[in-house]
Design a protein around this ligand. Sequence first.
Ligand code: FAD
Ligand code: SIN
Length: 533
Amino acid sequence: MHKSDVLIIGTGVAGLSTAIHLAMRRPTCSISLVSKTNKEECNTRYAQGGIAAVWDLKEDDLNKHIADTLDAGDDLCDEKIVRMVIEEGPQRVKEMISWGTRFDKSPNQEYDLAREGGHSEHRILHYKDVTGAEIERALLDKVAQLPNVRILEHYFAIDLLTQHHMGYNITRVMDNIECYGCYLLNLQNLKVETHLARITVLATGGSGQIYKSTTNPTIATGDGMAMMYRAKGHVENMEFVQFHPTSLYSAGGENPCFLVSEAVRGFGGILRTRRGEEFMHKYDERLSLAPRDIVARAIDSEMKLSGDEYVYLDCRHLAKEEFIQHFPNIYNKCMSVGIDPMTSMIPVVPAQHYMCGGVRIDEFGRTSIRHLYACGECTSSGLHGANRLASNSLLEGAVFGQRVASHVSECIDQIMLNEQIPEWDTTGTNDPKEMVLITQSIKELKDIMSYYVGIVRSNVRLKRAMDRLHLLYTETEELYNTSTLSPQLCELRNLITNGYLVTRSAGMRRESRGLHYTTDYPAKHPFLEDTLL
Ligand code: FAD
Ligand code: SIN
């Protein structure tokens, strides 16, 4: 049994920001950060475009960033939260810089601000096209200087500890569920360890791996949302799955798909059909820089009309040296697969990219379960509504990380450890005989979600998905109850839960809004409010 004052599950921008702020405010608090693989491996590390923050007050102002965020969110953002995040954003970015994060500057030593879809101004701070890796590096370096933070790598969080583990019956309508920490699977020896904490924070990232094509790394299996749902906490807005319009097309399929940043379109890249014709004017006056939901649907529609497997992103007219300077990672990747972006168009296709829904939180990252906070992509904070504005995600992780830390540091002294939690019980479990069953079920889940719950949905497709998910769920629960744990089995279980939550939420929304488009209700409903699970 392990004990910490605060247990933070996740070492991306959200988890690291929480740990840094908390450790600085409360140097005597013991803080454990958990990562299911290496501490660097997370969505944050792959972020390309950058972090949106109003920086140049001569050209930009907070209200414009707020308006762009609300517009992208299609009337489902919480305006109070949007204002709060955008107002606090520049301060969080300044802190990142003070902790050693580098952002590109132009020759006059001002920060070089990029523009992406849905933004009315240039306001994206970036480090070449590898901003996330730079932020992750700097935050990990900062954490390493804080003696009260330790990182547990290769520990897989399985389930949140609540009264359920002390034999009480817990239901979703109860408002006094408490969290006492987490069961963690030690991946070195495959033993489950009980980790007690006065406060637990979920910062587990997204769930892109429920789809066949995703830009998310393989760790993105929605574990936080699934643990929350199993613990009977509130999860919402899961129907709003963001597909990025431009991942690099690969005939054999790659997991993850390589992202071609929206910043490339901000830099002048133009979308064209395989016949070389522009098409975005048919869909939105902002052309290739319309918000992501519109561009992804436009590409999907063009591909369906033509039967093509991809469209093109044309960068041939852009200045070579500047392109390479801004996008070295994208340039090198294209060259490595035989595409010179300066002489050939880049084949691109939409891929799942971001989960707008998740664990419902308030302005301090508090969840519906006591002593449990959450921040980052695993949450539904009200910032993104029905569609996230580009580069608002790193910002959200940084702002909510600080807010969770400030609230926790105020209330932690009133919370005691609960030492009555029993150790994990392995009775009746054996090593699974056929691991291939797990791999096959993951493949089936991805097929179901991609064919029936993708960019365009319908009642018939959702019903079909639900029926098939039910079968997968039943088979997997049986396997789970009789098998010794493996990370693959835990991930399969979590993926199915996420697939179910997305499909069920999609079925409940009887309108098309933001990222949720259904042929049965093609229009936006004037009165429908957000649905809660
Ligand atoms: P993550 O960074 O994903 O971290 C999750 C952490 O949780 C990891 O440490 C993982 O090990 C841990 N974890 C998960 N489950 C478990 C478990 N069961 N047990 C233990 N640990 C667990 N956003 C922007 O704002 N700007 C961009 O330019 C941008 N570009 C992007 C490009 C790509 C290719 C991708 C994939 C995303 C991009 N995003 C961008 C989105 C953004 O990167 C993510 O939303 C954000 O980084 C999420 O941060 P996070 O801290 O919430 O989660
Ligand atoms: C990108 O660089 O296009 C991704 C930006 C984001 O996801 O916010």
